[in-house]
Design a protein around this ligand. Structure first.
Ligand SMILES: [Zn+2]
Length: 129
């Protein structure tokens, strides 16, 4: 569309190269980093030093680093103890339709588990299915 060489924003800061095609001509737009070469868009890694804690822009990742979103189906990767339930949640239990929350004590997933009901889990104990 005739904008070759012109990148919005003017100053190209220290943005990471594109993880898809390694292009260095990435630029920032609406909190995303955009690659003009292949069209890939991604959320830049939170950079320490700004100190800004942007409310509502949290990225929640599973045990292996996949980014989770509302409505995802995940699998519990390790056995979890549940208060009042002798067997607890077994590793491999599928959890459908999770909701990301800002829970207490690092519990950032709100969900329902068959046989257990409403439950909050830590994203570090699940893997995107
Ligand atoms: Zn690219």
């Amino acid at each position: 569309m005739g904008w070759e060489g012109a990148y919005p924003g003017g100053v190209i800061e220290n943005l990471p190269p594109c993880p898809q095609c390694s292009s260095e001509y990435t630029y920032e737009m609406n909190n995303l980093v955009v690659c003009p070469e292949c069209g890939h868009e991604w959320v830049p890694a939170a950079d320490s030093g700004t100190g800004a804690d942007e409310a509502g822009e949290r990225v929640i990742k599973d045990a292996v680093g996949n980014v989770l979103s509302d409505g995802d189906t995940v699998t519990v990767v390790k056995a979890l103890k549940v208060k009042g339930n002798p067997s607890g949640i077994k590793a491999g239990t599928k959890v459908r339709n999770i909701r990301l929350v800002d829970g207490v004590d690092g519990h950032d997933i709100d969900c329902r588990i068959d046989g257990f009901g409403a439950m909050q889990l830590k994203s570090s104990v699940v893997k995107k299915a």
